[in-house]
Design a protein around this ligand. Sequence first.
Ligand code: NAD
Length: 473
Amino acid sequence: MTSHKIHVKFPGRIVFIGFGSIGQGVLPLILRHIGTDASRITVVAPDERGSHVVQHFGVNFIKQAIKQDNLRSVLTPLVGEGDFVINVSVDVSSIDLIRFCRERGALYLDTCIEPWPGGYTDPSLPAARRTNYALRETALSLREGAADAPTAVLTHGANPGLVSHFVKQALLDIAADTGVAAGDPRTREEWAALAHTLGIKVIHIAERDTQVSPVRKRPGEFVNTWSVDGFVSEGCQPAELGWGSHERHFPADGNRYDFGRGSSIFLSQPGAATRVRTWTPRAGHFHGFLITHGEAISISDYLSVLDGDRVAYRPTVHYAYHPCDDAVLSVHEFAGRNFVMQDEQRILMDEINPGGIDELGVLLAGHGRNAYWYGSQLSIDEARALCPFNNATSLQVTVAVLAGVVWAMENPRRGVVEPDEMDFRRALEVCMPYLGPVVGAYTDWNPLQDRERLFPEELDREDPWQFLNIRVR
Ligand code: NAD
């Protein structure tokens, strides 16, 4: 007998594409909270890195890399009407998988929009085409004429994913604390109007990971608390950010797009070489990497107030990521190698020391109470107690995958959907038991504080929340 709540019963088959740190951590949650059975679950991955987890739960395993030329032949026997594909791989095109699932009548979820190998880094592609913006535009174009296609949830991990729901909760909290009548926003326009009314200028996805292993990073090794391949790929993409309507200093290395919605910009340098100032409650203020992420683009687009073609309001939105300390050293070494990958890689899991946390949330700034952070402060110890085969970082992601899967099963004909368009209350309800302390905290910190202590800087003293002030140069 299980004491875990079954959120939804699912009679179809479930196929995992890829089974690394996220896939392995998702499986126990699916078996706990979805009415299914191990015999109906199949893992497809090119290596046996997760074989201990496969054996532990008795699910089916097919050792196979999915490539452009075998996607159909490998997956057709496994995926049909009413089944579910959970794509937690690297190097398998989300777009092609969504097309395939739609043809087969199957549901789909991923945690980032992956291209085929090279899509993030192929120097023969223009930089604008190596962005998450371009991948999102292609994914959203699949909506045309297919509003009631089988649900395909885009980018529903922690970030992108869960943080879109954090933003909505934070908007309601700030409204309540500043005496603004928020009502009960339901539509994109209503949420955007609320953010506008509150005067939110900036949204950081502010994350500080303090997990550490007793075996420290060695020279020539890339260490992280989740996918090394995933982190390195996104770190090599151009830095991308939703570009707010309050910004008055366009970056010298900034670029706008000549296609798509135009809500974000990219810088002519990789995210792994771009740093920004931010704040979380436990860490205080720190420098994080502005790594490109889907949520920077979708949230800024979602919260835009348009007046015809004119953008009346839009917040600046970007990631500000301080990964675990050994990952920072790994990025530093990687950049010094001119972005050529180290020979060894290690994802920290069982060996992590007690005591570290992944403090992951959203910092909404520029409103009547300056800045407000809302998010999860999950520790490694609590993550271990809550669910096997997870660390603090992965559990924030894997429970968000569970929430996305539950939502898709409950809403099976919604076509291509982004996290911002889902029911945030339902998603938070599913996630909360696994997030450790979830806190909201106001701060008087802003990026102008304590500046020019050593040298003069180019600053905009009239508005702290200009990207000019936030970027580390
Ligand atoms: P990982 O590197 O630990 O595992 C990747 C898996 O993909 C491995 O099992 C690998 O064998 C498999 N794979 C590689 N090539 C494949 C192919 N051709 N066919 C099938 N499988 C293949 O990565 P992870 O930490 O589990 O992350 C998985 C994905 O989730 C990545 O795309 C990552 O960017 C994304 N992610 C998203 C979030 C979020 O919050 N949204 C967080 C963490 C990871």
